[in-house]
Design a protein around this ligand. Structure first.
Ligand code: ZN
Length: 456
């Protein structure tokens, strides 16, 4: 035994320091992707059995790495109850003396699963961002809005109905394959109900020229309501200092599921969005769990139902396993499997959404993370992922991604064939030692002056 130990000691002394650092292996990255993005999982649709299987896989991996269930949580899965609706596609809009029918006259873009009525509040498309509106109002938009993003202020205000001319893209989408997007209600979490949004076809816009401020309007829909579940997979690597804070590493485990076929393919695999982010979470968990226990706690969470409105992250925010004030930073990984098609993100690196808002990105970069500023501020990526609900509550929370919007985005060919495994391996590898530094340091992640977002 002594001789054996001696051999070991000599061997270890001979290995250069760099070779002793953790190596993320491309076959692990490939294996995670191959399961999560497989056709068998049918695109991990939000709140489906496929999503649940993905959550169970992630939970099993967490357990096999030696992670523990989070405090106040029985296992590695946090179920979230949702109330959702099935529509019959025969909605009817009555406005003044006009009766309009879904399909023939308009499309129902999004729906909370119930109707609406009131008196029209008329707004010009150009004034949508600044108009003063009340919760529950019924909005009639004159002129074609640029996109559904133009309704952001109306949504925040909590209006119940938006009737607007459809853009060409919106109408085309429904002509071919579009279906009404139902926003489920999260049971037990107070929230502003989303509006019903109606996209008028051209002839209907002309027919409604006599609509004025105050014209009575009502939307009638037939809906069957049901209960569903979505799932967050969650695990903890406890720190050596029980009173230390927590670093939160996240991704979202769902994607779009089955949808309109493109070139005969109806499975929206979501290999990049966001099986790649889940793979990053898994491989970071594997690496850090294999090393010495960190000083800080590390919480790993893969959220369910991001694609239907950031639901898993919102539930987590209202039901965290430790007070949110104990979570000093959140790093979300989204779409790190495809290099930026426009080359705005330097090849082989990631950008961090909201980079300039806090000291976190620059500190990680200083420690070797292949991470840099966000070259797409106009796309508002900072507000478009699971980091945002947490950022609104004060957590220093950002999303790391490899590029802007690749051509495969939200298409059935976001599949394993289009994923750059060596790139992913390199990007995840670059995060291991910087995160190991972060969880062992007393560096304080903090918003820069004016960097914290406001809202709810
Ligand atoms: Zn995503």
């Amino acid at each position: 035994m002594k001789a054996h130990n001696l051999v070991r000691a000599v061997l270890f002394a001979a290995i250069p320091l760099a070779a002793q650092t953790w190596q993320v292996r491309p076959e692990w990255v490939h294996a995670d992707e191959a399961f999560l993005a497989s056709d068998a999982l049918q695109g991990r649709g939000s709140a489906t059995r496929d999503e649940q299987i993905a959550a169970i896989y992630i939970a099993s991996q967490f357990e096999s790495f030696g992670l523990k269930p989070a405090s106040n949580t029985p296992g590695f899965i946090q179920p979230v109850e949702l109330e959702t609706a099935q529509l019959d596609g025969k909605a009817q809009l009555t406005i003044g003396g006009h009766v309009l029918h879904e399909g023939a006259d308009f499309y129902l873009g999004t729906s909370p699963g119930n109707g609406a009525n009131g008196a029209v509040h008329l707004i010009n498309a150009a004034d949508l961002a600044t108009a003063k509106v009340e919760a529950g109002a019924s909005i009639f938009v004159r002129g074609v809005p640029a996109s559904a993003q133009a309704f952001a202020a109306l949504r925040t205000a909590g209006v119940s109905l938006i009737v607007a001319p459809g853009t060409k893209a919106q109408l085309d989408r429904f002509e071919t394959a579009g279906t009404t997007r139902i926003t489920p209600r999260i049971v037990g979490v107070p929230q502003i109900p989303p509006p019903s949004i109606i996209y008028l076809k051209e002839e209907a816009v002309l027919a409604l020229e006599d609509v004025k401020d105050g014209t009575p309007v009502s939307l009638n829909i037939q809906a069957t309501h049901s209960t569903k579940f979505t799932y967050n997979a969650m695990a903890m690597l406890p720190g050596t200092n029980p009173s230390a804070d927590t670093i939160l590493i996240t991704a979202h485990l769902d994607h779009l599921g089955l949808g309109a076929p493109i070139n005969g393919d109806a499975i929206y695999n979501g290999a990049d969005d966001d099986a790649s982010g889940v793979t990053a979470v898994l491989e970071i968990a594997r690496a850090l769990a294999a090393g010495p226990a960190p000083r800080r706690n590390i919480l790993f969470v893969c959220f369910g139902s991001e694609e239907s409105g950031g639901i898993g992250a919102r539930w987590f925010r209202e039901n965290p396993p430790m007070p949110l004030t104990n979570i000093s930073a959140n790093l979300e990984f989204e779409m790190i499997g495809v290099a930026d098609p426009e080359n705005k993100v330097p090849k082989g690196t990631m950008f961090l959404s909201g980079w300039e808002r806090s000291n976190l990105g620059p500190a990680l970069k200083e420690h070797g993370a292949l991470l840099g500023p966000d070259p797409f501020p106009q796309q508002q990526f900072f507000r478009r992922s699971d980091n945002y609900p947490l950022a609104l509550k004060g957590v220093v929370a950002h999303t790391a991604a490899a590029g802007g919007t690749p051509p495969i985005y939200h298409k059935p060919n976001d599949d394993l064939d289009h994923i750059d495994i060596p790139l992913m391996t390199q990007l995840i590898q670059s995060m291991i030692e910087p995160l190991r530094w972060l969880v062992n340091s007393d560096f304080k992640p903090a918003w820069n002056p004016g960097g914290a977002p406001t809202g709810n």
